[in-house]
Design a protein around this ligand. Structure first.
Ligand code: ADP
Ligand code: MG
Length: 246
């Protein structure tokens, strides 16, 4: 067995008139946490959607644990989980019911205990009888993370996990992700706009722009390479640079 969890090969996605993802290639080793940084519309969610087998690539493929996600989705999704804007939790179900549904989908043993444990971890116990559709965005976000961790996934794909959170809840959610990652050998991809989040959680960052991965490295190496003070400045430099330079 090799040490590669995720292997993306010449992956492209063309919507009607938009080439959203342009022939990208990257590998993620088992047990590493990688950030995917890039401006709105650069193709992050489309990439993650294809990695989950939710969006069909126009060309190229996504290999997870040596299997093509397109043909092995059911098997692979058992050991994966995600937060994605493409999938919303059923609004009419309570938090507890939602976790029961997803827990059964993943065939979780001792589901009752698992749900209590995860609700405690994410501070959801007092809210468990509330309908998901009636929660604040911060509360919904914590439920999404609870759902994402319910099967103790080996591979976790997080599409902007703290996007709508205030700094306090954002920090809390980051701690939960950090804990999850450090207690286990997990492979995690985090698409984010939050530089602190990426610097804190990720061993490496991929920079995406106009559907392409244009750089990759450790935060501190990218900062030196681009001659900037911090990751946010690197991001701004890359975003503002004229396309022909890249
Ligand atoms: P990001 O997550 O980085 O903000 P997306 O992957 O959502 O970027 O979008 C990449 C590009 O693809 C954007 O130009 C967006 O408008 C376009 N796009 C995304 N989803 C669709 C869709 N279902 N149909 C048509 N165009 C889409
Ligand atoms: Mg997105």
């Amino acid at each position: 067995m090799n040490n590669i969890a995720i292997d993306i090969n010449n992956l492209s996605k063309k919507y009607k008139n938009t080439l959203a993802v342009k022939n990208i290639n990257f590998k993620i080793n088992k047990g590493s946490i990688i950030g995917l940084l890039g401006p709105n519309g650069c193709g992050k969610s489309t990439t993650i959607g294809m990695m989950l087998g939710l969006i069909k690539p126009s060309s190229g493929n996504v290999i997870i644990h040596n299997q093509n996600i397109e043909y092995n989705r059911t098997d692979l999704l058992q050991k994966m989980n995600f937060i994605s804007p493409y999938i919303e939790l059923p609004k009419k179900l309570t938090i507890e019911e939602n976790l029961q549904v997803f827990g059964r989908m993943y065939g979780i043993q001792n589901l009752k205990e698992k749900i209590i444990e995860i609700m405690e971890k994410l501070n959801l116990i007092d809210l468990k009888k509330r309908k998901t559709g009636e929660l604040s965005s911060g509360q919904k976000n914590r439920v999404s993370l609870a759902k994402a961790l319910i099967n103790d996934p080996e591979i976790l794909l997080l599409d902007e996990p703290t996007a709508s959170l205030d700094p306090d809840v954002g920090d809390y959610v980051r701690s939960v992700i950090e804990n999850f990652a450090s207690n286990n050998k997990k492979t995690i991809l985090i698409a984010s706009h939050n530089m602190n989040e990426v610097e804190r959680l990720c061993s490496e960052v991929m920079m995406m722009k106009n559907g392409e991965i244009i750089d990759r490295g450790k935060s501190k190496d990218l900062i030196i390479k681009h001659g900037r003070e911090n990751l946010e400045e690197v991001f701004l430099k890359i975003v503002r640079e004229k396309n022909e330079i890249l």
